[in-house]
Write a protein that binds this ligand. Structure first.
Ligand SMILES: C[S@@+](CC[C@H](N)C(=O)[O-])C[C@H]1O[C@@H](n2cnc3c(N)ncnc32)[C@H](O)[C@@H]1O
Length: 201
């Protein structure tokens, strides 16, 4: 059953000229929770190959701007999109906005980051959790007060406890496992709307 799902979204992405099937996860999240609007600035953490960038750049339009970072080599296919800037960077090295060539926090931050997996469940869960912690730690720098946020999470006890502790920094806090996520996957997404910068400890 899961292969059929994979097949369907994989083929659909090819047909629709998207760089990855993960675009349908963001599309579903955005349709449901309205996280990205025209004219906005978006920071995409772990953008490679760039299907989320293709989606967000269209959604924000010419008056908006999308910045992507990834530890992988820059995907040259994205370089001709006018409202997009991509960087080859590790999230652990990005601590201020000037490194990203901007001077104002973003309207929306999205993260589809996933660590290199080892197959050892506890190690993979820990790596994934480190990424999540790092993103939340830097949110007050990256995200404007009132801004929106999407992050991929691999389920685990530590992640659940941590996310519970972060609920109060958003007006709305939602969890979603999009339809295009493979049924065997432990991933889900957290959607935060209305960032309350002053509540961050
Ligand atoms: C599932 S892919 C993202 C797919 C993307 N959303 C798309 O639509 O094409 C996850 C990405 O996270 C990136 N990543 C993992 N750890 C990272 C880190 N420490 N800093 C930056 N990017 C990272 C990986 O290199 C990988 O390209």
């Amino acid at each position: 059953m899961s292969f059929r799902v994979q097949d369907h979204y994989f083929k659909k992405a090819k047909k629709d000229n998207f760089l990855a099937r993960s675009v349908y996860k963001l599309e579903e999240i955005d349709q449901k929770f309205k996280v990205i609007s025209q004219g906005e600035t978006v920071l995409d953490l772990g953008y490679h190959p760039g299907s989320w960038i293709q989606y967000t750049s269209r959604k924000v339009g010419d008056s908006g701007h999308v910045v992507g970072i990834d530890i992988r080599d820059i995907n040259k296919k994205l370089l001709n999109i006018k409202n997009v800037t991509v960087f080859e960077k590790d999230i652990f090295d990005v601590t201020d906005l000037s490194t990203l060539g901007v001077d104002k926090p973003f309207d929306t931050v999205v993260s589809d980051m996933a660590p290199n997996t080892t197959g050892i469940r506890s190690v993979d869960q820990q790596r994934s959790f480190n990424l999540i912690e790092q993103v939340f730690y830097h949110l007050p720098v990256f995200l404007k007060d009132g801004g929106n946020f999407v992050i991929k999470v691999f389920d685990g006890h530590e992640a659940q406890v941590f996310l519970k502790s972060q609920k109060s920094i958003f007006k709305e806090f939602h969890f979603l496992k999009p339809k295009s996520t493979r049924s065997v996957s432990k991933e889900f997404f957290v959607i935060g709307k209305g960032f309350k910068k002053n509540e961050v400890q």
